[in-house]
Design a protein around this ligand. Sequence first.
Ligand SMILES: Nc1ncnc2c1ncn2[C@@H]1O[C@H](COP(=O)(O)OP(=O)(O)OP(=O)(O)O)[C@@H](O)[C@H]1O
Ligand SMILES: [Mg+2]
Length: 411
Amino acid sequence: MLLWLQKYRPRTISEIVGNTNAVNQFADWVSKRLKDNVKKAALLYGPPGVGKSLTVQVYAEQFGFDLIELNASDVRAKEQIMRIAGTAASQSTIFGGIKRLVFLDEIDGINPAEDKGCIPAIIDIINKSNCPVVLAANDPWDPKLRPIRDLCILIRYNKIRSPTIIKFLKEICRKEGIVVEDRALTLIAEKADGDLRSAIIDLQVLTEGRRYLRFEDVIWLPTRNRQYGVFDVLKELFWSKTALQARLVMEKSLIDHETLKLWIHENLPLVYSDLSDLVRAYDMLSKADVFFGRMNKTQNWDLLPYALEFMTAGVVLGVKKKPEFVKYQFPQKLLLISLTRNSRKIRDETLSALSEKCKLSRRKALTEVFPYLKVIAEENSSIGRRIGEWLNLSEDHLKYLGLKTSKPKKT
Ligand SMILES: Nc1ncnc2c1ncn2[C@@H]1O[C@H](COP(=O)(O)OP(=O)(O)OP(=O)(O)O)[C@@H](O)[C@H]1O
Ligand SMILES: [Mg+2]
């Protein structure tokens, strides 16, 4: 059975439907990149099944590029990425007369803990590469991707609109000689929720072995359970018209409540230009925060619906002025947390050692002993070192405490 995804796959970039801006932006960037006056890498991002990988592959075929393509979520990806980092990318742009393009797909699938060195290797590829480097991801806002993101131009892909999906499916039906009710196609498109790939697959599966498709044949098709990226969640939330709509956004999202709260907090001033709207929204968010706080303290989960109601419906309903279309910002607090992760880890380990040795609670260790320990370590390195040894602290911990000299070498 020939898959319709392959049979009806565009052959040129102009045949790619929807996301015209993104496709043009990508093509423009590659030509500029070859003249060397733009950022070295491009990151295509957006929901699944909308033509990100397709754009890169079709572009390479159409314009005769040698495509070096790796899927970063593949189990063997790490080795391959490391190999490319050392070789292909740093060779010349034109190899045997053929232009090269390096494509690292699904980079949000990298697990930094398991694939140690992968992210630095990608950064290396971007920095050293003579040829254009293209990356793709569904969710580019993952903190682990930040160092990569900073090196890239970001090209956003959106969900494909329903009418565009319907038109594409209709054309397939015409070519396949299948008689189809418009309502059936509308329903397939609706359930696909902007994902053209799944719409095409659904159409093929539903019409397998028959020449017609009715509305009734489609009803049982499950709605795709989309994992919304944070941008989609925020957009849908701020533009919700009813309390129910605002609440349902939460259910489509896989982002945890606390993180979403930080995103809303960060972006409210960008979205609401009217001062009274902003005051009201922050007031609601602060009420949500009170409920979250009590819930965490008392472990009474019955409070969660109230917190969520304030955070979603409360924040977005009753605004006087329409929200602005903006590029949402990453919460500064999360950024800070990820930047200071290492020093917090060292501090926590020091506190654990202190509380264990001195039989103190960690809180007491932090407020009553830790400050003195820091002063001692900074002022008198030999006593600081002795205490450190007693606590079994490593050189990193001692440095964190402010100890200036390093361990005396044994002769
Ligand atoms: N915009 C489009 N125009 C025409 N066909 C498309 C489009 N988007 C997707 N398709 C079809 O769906 C297939 C899969 O699309 P593609 O691999 O580009 O999705 P993607 O955006 O990279 O998704 P993912 O995030 O899951 O990797 C394509 O090979 C093509 O057959
Ligand atoms: Mg893809």
